[in-house]
Write a protein that binds this ligand. Structure first.
Ligand SMILES: *Cc1c(COP(=O)(O)O)cnc(C)c1O
Length: 398
């Protein structure tokens, strides 16, 4: 009883600080128009940036994959779970990313979280003397990967290339890794990848890029941040997730073949886990075709139109629109309770916009995280703009 009471006390303390998180149950597929607890909602919260999560072609491909390969993989990749579907997907991903990487090879993972742990532990673990330079706003999975790697971790300030340059110059580590999100998941802004890559090449460091929010959405062909900035290097280690713009699930690391082989040999989150369902890998082949093709190009263009529409339509005085050119368009509110009150007020109007609080973001920077998808229409975005402008002016009684 005492053990339970202690937990309940901790949970109550979350309530007191407006930090308790809750889940809503969706009864329909991921889409801008989603039924939640029996109620139709217009949603601005998914990372399904190209609107592929419920695309008929992918649903059909998943069915076909299940017919061809069954449902479960049955084992880890290194035992017997590595199917033809996984192998073909990895070849296609490597080929897709090859304009940006030397001797590119790709490795498919169950989740981006696991891919990040694998990448950092494999690159750093072979070397007692490794140092990871980690951007201060990195995703939790990169932070955890850096801890798990047992490398020395040095955090550099957000976007601050000069400070990073000083840190790299001062480092005596044999293996150096600069690790960053390409598009920051809670801010929407982008890391200065060309400057970071130049520094890494100068100091013989790896540049490890988490492109969870760039893959599929950035670049003319959807190759993500590397295509957006037109980068190519042997020093690049790239992670793209496949459950966001790609609409399915899982993730991949693409890098020089020797990097990938080291991950296969060393990374515990790759070795000691059951391979994802082959049907998912099979469905991802269709997703990749869509991303590369005409539909992908049209949807990326439409997404840009919606981003501009939102930026131009908001007339905010009190809340701050964060400097983002991507589909992640957060509005900085500040306090947790006010943020959650606003999210609730929007929800009452049928608009689903999540409030994001610490520890996901720094204390005092709670925000409404609006994400746009190519599946939204201009009418959807107009409705959001009207509601946000109205809500903000009502809160402006100061
Ligand atoms: C979502 C996300 C991940 C984790 O990917 P999953 O496939 O969801 O596990 C990693 N990094 C960033 C920046 C993300 O936004």
């Amino acid at each position: 009883m005492e053990l339970i009471a202690r937990l309940d006390q901790q949970l109550q303390s979350l309530d007191e600080r407006s930090l308790r998180r809750t889940r809503r149950v969706a009864d329909t597929p991921c889409s801008p128009c989603v039924q939640v607890d029996g109620r139709p909602m217009l949603a601005f919260c998914s990372n399904d940036y190209l609107g592929l999560a419920a695309h008929p072609r992918l649903i059909e491909a998943l069915r076909e994959g299940a017919t061809k390969y069954g449902v479960g993989s049955g084992a880890s990749h290194l035992i017997s779970g590595h199917s033809r579907a996984h192998a073909v997907l990895e070849e296609r991903l490597a080929e897709f990313m090859s304009p940006h990487l030397e001797s590119a090879r790709a490795l498919y993972f169950c989740t981006g979280y696991m891919a990040n742990l694998a990448m950092l532990t494999a690159l750093a673990a072979g070397d007692a003397d490794a140092e990871i330079f980690s951007e201060s706003l990195n995703h939790a999975s990169l932070i955890d990967g850096a801890r798990l790697s047992r490398a020395t971790v040095t955090v550099y300030p957000h976007g601050d290339t000069p400070v990073l340059a000083t840190m790299l110059a001062a480092s005596t580590a044999a293996t150096k890794l600069v690790v960053t999100d390409s598009v920051f998941s809670m801010d929407g802004d982008m890391a200065p990848l060309p400057a970071l890559l130049a520094l890494c090449e100068q100091h013989g460091a790896w540049l490890v890029v988490d492109d969870a929010h760039g893959f599929g959405t950035l670049g003319a062909n959807g190759r993500g941040a590397l295509e957006h900035f037109n980068l190519r290097s042997q020093n690049l280690v790239y992670m793209g997730t496949l459950g966001k713009a790609a609409g399915v699930g899982g993730a991949f690391v693409a890098a020089h073949a020797s990097v990938i082989e080291s991950i296969v040999q060393r990374a515990r989150t790759y070795i000691y886990t059951t391979a994802a369902a082959p049907a998912l890998a099979h469905a991802l082949l269709s997703s990749l075709d869509i991303i590369k093709g005409a539909i992908g190009r049209e949807r990326r263009a439409h997404l840009q139109v919606l981003i501009a529409q939102l930026q131009q339509g908001l007339t905010l005085r009190r809340w701050q629109r964060m400097p983002s050119e991507t589909a992640i368009q957060p509005l900085l509110i500040g306090e947790n309770d006010e943020t959650m009150r606003l999210a609730a007020a929007l929800y009452a109007q049928g608009l689903w916009v999540p409030g994001i609080r610490p520890p996901t973001v720094p204390v005092g920077t709670a925000r409404l995280r609006v994400t746009l998808s190519a599946a939204h229409t201009e009418q959807d975005v107009a409705q959001l703009i009207t509601a946000l402008n109205q809500l903000e002016s009502e809160s402006w009684y100061g």
